[in-house]
Write a protein that binds this ligand. Sequence first.
Ligand SMILES: NC(=O)c1ccc[n+]([C@@H]2O[C@H](COP(=O)([O-])OP(=O)(O)OC[C@H]3O[C@@H](n4cnc5c(N)ncnc54)[C@H](O)[C@@H]3O)[C@@H](O)[C@H]2O)c1
Ligand SMILES: [Zn+2]
Length: 389
Amino acid sequence: MNAPVERIIPVRLGERSYEVVIKQGILSVVGERLRRLSKSRKVGIVTDTHVARRYLKEFHRSLRKDGLESFPIVLPPGERSKTLETVSTILNALARHKFDRQSLLLALGGGVVGDLAGFAAAIYQRGIPFIQVPTTLVAQVDSSVGGKTGVDHPLGKNLIGAFHQPRAVFIDPDTLRTLPRREWVAGLAEVIKYGIIADETFFAYLEEAMPGLLKQEPEAVMHVIARSCQIKADVVAEDERESDQRRILNYGHTIGHALESLAGYRGMIHGEAVGIGLVEEADLALHMGLCGQDVVNRIRSLVRQSGLSDRLTKVSSPLLWEAMQHDKKVVAGQVFGVWPVRIGKVMIRPLDKQVFADWYRRRHAETRRPKNRRLPRLNRSRPLKGMCG
Ligand SMILES: NC(=O)c1ccc[n+]([C@@H]2O[C@H](COP(=O)([O-])OP(=O)(O)OC[C@H]3O[C@@H](n4cnc5c(N)ncnc54)[C@H](O)[C@@H]3O)[C@@H](O)[C@H]2O)c1
Ligand SMILES: [Zn+2]
């Protein structure tokens, strides 16, 4: 079945409002859309080598066909590029090509490219117009919408940044076809998160549609991107600079970020850590008496169905607690978590250190000796992989 032709999601932020346009094949007509948006003919295309190999030549040609003068800035791929040095590289290229305050900077790629290009656009000549053309599921459902930009610092992820909203987001779901499977599945963690925090109907849809989604059926992919962007746009419109409501987008991320940092940002990609966070934070909410067992069961089951792990990585309780302290959501030493009350509704509440330790001990006991499962004879000379592994 063909996917609907085009979906437009407005992001309502007063004079910074913009549209998220989702359309199969939009990549080849971005040029004409840019012409409508801006008088400037000058466009910098920030991308990485993986994306450039597949899409840059054709994209560059299509912008040229529409009368735009475009300058590719091709970066090494991956989180390791998300540094101030890379931003310098982008700024140097803009200065060299004499970009002015009307010139456009466009990100063609995943969240890394989007965060880098967005930050460069925020600070070059105190801010130039910025366009997002996201090509990973994470970027299409999350990072391209909302205006958070920035880079990592050796002492923390996303430690340096700025809010700078794009002028438009153009999403071509067709680009997801070349995305490595692992990246695709990792993006599903963010999609599931939206169902949990804001929309029970969407969560139920995912429970039904997951097999089709895993096969990347166009209609399912289109719906999932559109609904996710809509939820993110609504949350951001309420609280652009994350003073309160926007924090609900961090559900699954308190434990998720801690696991990612404990793994040294290697071996586990963001969505994989968030997948575990979605399940474990629901279990913590159950432990605190905030939700019922059915909520945890549904989340666990959907996370598993998507192909993500739901098992806490091997890590000790004090280490995990310590890693959770570095989260930006820690205020005056208290970890503010986002907790599901039911599917589609969450609340923000501090997490007590002792409550966490009690929960962890219980989880440890549960996972070390799973119910209804005959354990293999234990080799006592090897550490138990139970809790966490
Ligand atoms: N600004 C925000 O609000 C926000 C939200 C969520 C995540 N993020 C950031 O986003 C980053 C993660 O983003 P990501 O998961 O997109 O990672 P990424 O940008 O590193 O992309 C993942 C990999 O996929 C490749 N790739 C991208 N598009 C492709 C395509 N269509 N076909 C084949 N390969 C492709 C990339 O080259 C890279 O190797 C993190 O740095 C995170 O902090 C930001
Ligand atoms: Zn995330």
